[in-house]
Write a protein that binds this ligand. Structure first.
Ligand code: URA
Length: 309
């Protein structure tokens, strides 16, 4: 439980550093926290729990999902500690056969499978294997682990609009994540997971070889890191304190130029904060995407240059 509380504090600090001033907490999470407080009250019997990866129920990249009753899910489906990151060796062949082999490896990998709840899916990137541009997000959320595809929920719909604004289609780019599974949070018996948590550095390190293999296959000209977790995953944990330090700048990962930008979920949260904040964040993101278009040799019209001014 200490790990969960530490993760909660870390996650709230991380959100604060990205400009978040409030988070919504579901009634289930409040009830769970009350239970913890009650169990730690003087006179109560301390509960010994198996050590779990850091887990917390707090709103993050995906909106808090609607709570629904389903078949009971195991409380601690996540592996306690992860084995060392896998060594991925891709077979020879064309891009499609190499990607299919990777997909098979990731979707059946025992560690990935152990980290998704029954009925949910391990998620690999999607898109053109000849893409010039690769977007990298954080981790699948509620919608993504159901569909088995990255960025299909509200943040994904916004990302798709951003790609269209660049004059491209979603199928023209490649979209992946640092993580191949949705980081789990403790769930009451019979309840769906509510909210998301940031992945631990151990989880990110475990999945990184899968992302590197996707980069090797697609060989994009450049990578866009969406949000703080993606940027930490690619640039290294602790390489910056606040996203503002690196946003809009070109860095390097695996020999590829990487630009760091805001996560679409952040833009959605800014919408909730009001029109001025939303426009400012959208313009900043758009300026990053203009840099991407220029570097990728895409045409930029005057109209596009003026979006969100
Ligand atoms: N947020 C992410 O970072 N990735 C997804 O796939 C969905 C939401």
């Amino acid at each position: 439980m200490r790990a969960a509380l530490t993760a909660l504090t870390d996650e709230l600090k991380r959100l604060k550093s990205t400009g978040v001033t409030s988070v919504s907490v579901s009634p289930e999470s409040i009830a769970a926290l009350r239970k913890v407080i009650a169990s730690r009250a003087p006179g109560s019997v301390a509960q010994v729990e198996p050590k779990q990866p850091a887990s917390v129920a707090a709103a993050d990249t995906a909106p808090v999902s609607t709570v629904s009753r389903t078949a009971p899910v195991p409380k601690a489906a996540a592996a306690t500690t992860l084995p060392p990151p896998p060594v991925v060796s891709l077979p020879p062949g064309d891009k499609t056969s190499r990607w299919e082999a990777l997909r098979n490896l990731v979707l059946t990998h025992p560690v990935c499978v152990a980290n998704v709840r029954p009925g949910k899916k391990v998620v690999l990137g999607v898109g053109s294997l000849d893409a010039k541009i690769m977007f990298v997000g954080e981790a699948p959320g509620a919608e993504e682990e159901v569909k088995g595809e990255p960025f299909v929920g509200p943040a994904g719909q916004l990302l798709t609009k951003m790609i269209l604004a660049m004059g491209l289609k979603r199928e023209d780019v490649y979209i992946g994540n640092i993580m191949n599974w949705r980081p789990q949070t403790p769930t009451s018996e019979g309840m769906e997971q509510v909210g998301n948590r940031a992945p631990t550095s151990e989880e990110m390190a475990f999945c990184l070889p899968f992302l590197m293999a996707q980069i090797e296959i697609v060989a994009p000209e450049l990578i866009v890191a969406l949000g703080s977790t993606a940027a930490q995953g690619l640039l290294g944990a602790g390489s910056f304190k606040t996203l503002g330090e690196v946003r809009g700048q070109w860095k390097q990962f695996s020999g590829k130029p990487v630009i760091v930008s805001y996560h679409p979920s952040y833009l959605l949260r800014q919408e909730a904060a009001g029109p001025v904040a939303a426009k400012k964040a959208k313009r900043a993101t758009w300026e990053d995407l203009l840099k991407v278009m220029e570097r990728a040799g895409l045409p930029v019209t005057e109209k596009q240059r003026g979006y969100f001014l």
